[in-house]
Design a protein around this ligand. Structure first.
Ligand SMILES: [Zn+2]
Length: 340
């Protein structure tokens, strides 16, 4: 199997298990990958592709992303490092940061739904084009590796446009306006994902930060679950949903969304995630970033990988975008432990 096949096969495993009613097949090789950023200062130095150029220049973006396969040995290459490409295209005046600092939005330009401007040519914006060009470069260069695109869902886009606090207040004060906002933002992830698949992405990460500590499960179910279902069916390729934090109280919904995979954090123990997800969706994750990958040893990483494997996590991966000072040694240990 090629690395690309390992990931695509892993995404289909839950469905295969359902169809076979527990009949055992020879186990496929374990898939290892990343759905979000593995960019670190060490990998920038190793590749010669540095922040902030890697957010705005396709060659630098592709070169740094390729470290995930070339240096770490993962089955994936995922070229979007920050959460801000769409934000810049929507007018949030992104500051692209430094080698050791992720980009940040400068302004939240909207107060009401009617303030949202999604220009017809938004997919030609430089911050969008850089992603499409990087995907194309990687597709040509790595035909056998799983190329991972990334789009942000309407909830995260609303955080950019309105600010987290104002938007969350609105969910309480004016839910009808929140629905209008989310509906207006839906075309962006759908169209951007389509373009990314055309550019060569094999799978699309849909990151939407309806995280457990800010968004109650009923809110997720009410506002966002129907939209995630829509995106799952509108995007013509496998979609990996990423939500940060403790998401255990919504995994059962997520598993019934038609999405191919849920990429989850270590705040949800892997066995509980599997219990909530059943065989309805593939799981990816959930190796801890701040304690284990950043400050642990390769042996600590191996212990967590074992737990995730025992729970049947289909794709072993860091839980979220890794901290920029994560040691390469630990990121490699993740792949080695997963493959045994
Ligand atoms: Zn996350």
């Amino acid at each position: 199997m090629t690395p690309r096949e390992r990931i695509l096969n892993a995404l289909e495993q839950p469905q295969q298990r359902q169809q076979q009613h527990g009949l055992r097949r020879p186990k496929a090789p374990q898939a290892v990958g990343n759905a979000v950023s593995i960019a670190t200062v060490e990998l920038m130095e190793a590749t010669g592709c540095f922040f902030p150029e890697a957010h705005v220049c396709p060659e630098a973006m592709a070169g740094l992303a390729a470290a995930g396969h070339e240096i770490l040995g993962y089955d994936t290459i995922a070229p979007v490092f920050s959460v801000q490409q769409e934000a810049d295209a929507m007018g949030c005046e992104v500051n692209w940061g430094r080698i050791d600092l992720m980009p940040e939005v400068g302004v939240h330009p909207c107060r009401i739904a009617a303030d949202i401007r999604l220009p017809a040519n938004i997919l030609r914006h430089p911050a969008i084009m850089v992603v499409l060009d990087a995907l194309q470069i990687l597709r040509d260069r790595y035909p056998d590796v799983c190329i991972v695109g990334k789009v942000f869902g309407p909830w995260t886009l609303a955080y950019h446009l309105f600010g987290v606090e104002r938007f969350l207040m609105m969910t309480l004060d004016n839910p009808a306006e929140v629905r209008r906002i989310l509906r207006m933002l839906m075309p962006l992830p759908e169209l951007f994902a389509r373009k990314q698949l055309e550019a060569g992405a094999d799978v699309i990460t849909l990151a939407d930060h309806a995280t457990g500590d800010l968004v109650a499960p009923a809110m997720y179910h009410d506002f966002l679950w129907p939209l995630h279902k829509e995106l799952a069916s509108a995007i013509a390729g496998p979609v990996i949903l990423h939500i940060c934090g403790d998401t255990l109280d919504r995994i059962a919904w997520i598993s019934r969304s038609g999405l191919a995979c849920f990429h989850f954090e270590s705040k949800v123990p892997a066995a509980k995630a599997r219990w909530a997800a059943g065989d309805r969706i593939a799981l990816m994750g959930n190796i801890n970033n701040p304690l284990t990958l950043l400050h642990g040893t390769p042996a600590d990483v191996a212990v967590e990988v074992e737990e995730a494997l025992a729970a049947g996590v289909e794709i072993i991966a860091p839980e979220c975008a890794v901290p920029l000072t994560t040691p390469t040694e630990n990121l490699i240990a993740l792949a080695e432990a997963a493959r045994g």
